[in-house]
Write a protein that binds this ligand. Sequence first.
Ligand SMILES: NC(=O)c1ccc[n+]([C@@H]2O[C@H](COP(=O)([O-])OP(=O)(O)OC[C@H]3O[C@@H](n4cnc5c(N)ncnc54)[C@H](OP(=O)(O)O)[C@@H]3O)[C@@H](O)[C@H]2O)c1
Length: 247
Amino acid sequence: MGSEIPNKLAGTVALVTGGSRGIGRAIASAYARAGAKVFICGRRNDELNRVLSDLRRIGGQVDGTAGDVGSSEDVKRIVRSTMDRYGTVHVLVNNASLLGPRESIARYPREAWEDVIRVNLTGAFLMTQEALKTMLPQRHGSIINVSSGVGRVGRPRWGAYAVSKFGLEGFTQILAEELKEVGIRANAVNPGPTRTEMRASAYPDEDPMTLSTPDDIVPVFLYLASDDSIGVSGKSFDAQGWLKPAV
Ligand SMILES: NC(=O)c1ccc[n+]([C@@H]2O[C@H](COP(=O)([O-])OP(=O)(O)OC[C@H]3O[C@@H](n4cnc5c(N)ncnc54)[C@H](OP(=O)(O)O)[C@@H]3O)[C@@H](O)[C@H]2O)c1
């Protein structure tokens, strides 16, 4: 907490998917405290509304709508609502994700496979395509894809989740190449083990108090949203232990 510089993100509009809890909530909160106008989504209205009131209480300019990033109609509505509210999108954080079953490929249920890929990978694709409709004409934007260590090295029983994160790393590289001439950057961030509901589902026997909190890992997300990272694209960052490059 407290690593953000007040007003560092003044004038910036950021759209954070899965902003209703865990890492997405911490990113949304850090962005709002740094002066950004923040729009969040998540599927559950109650959790979303709770976060919105918490963030407004600390003076954040925040709004949001319930929606599923794996649905084209919902994605169109989420981005349109952001535009209606704030007029543009400068930063898109593709953070929403499902863990799915911790199962071997041999036993992985097809329905769960399709669901996880739809949300984690197709969701990022749909959100990016929609946000680019605004970012491309303004020739400015930062796309931040939340990846994972299991999206870099194959490990057993991570199934569709890991495959979606491998996909997201590749998606980030393709985007960075396609957008390098137009002033839009795309980077991936691996949060590392972080104290959230998803981590607790993946590692039920772990003591959560031994883990970094979502607030601990926001500095790299602040960097990638700010003008300090202009020109930085196609990279894959580790949020834990990340040190801002000297300027
Ligand atoms: N925690 C870790 O240790 C860790 C490590 C590596 C990578 N990550 C990555 O970090 C990101 C955040 O993870 P987390 O641990 O904070 O997870 P989390 O606690 O489960 O939170 C996930 C967020 O995404 C939302 N969400 C899920 N499915 C959605 C959908 N279809 N449409 C819109 N919103 C959706 C959830 O709200 P609803 O349920 O209401 O939709 C919630 O706000 C994920 O991309 C995850 O893969 C986490």
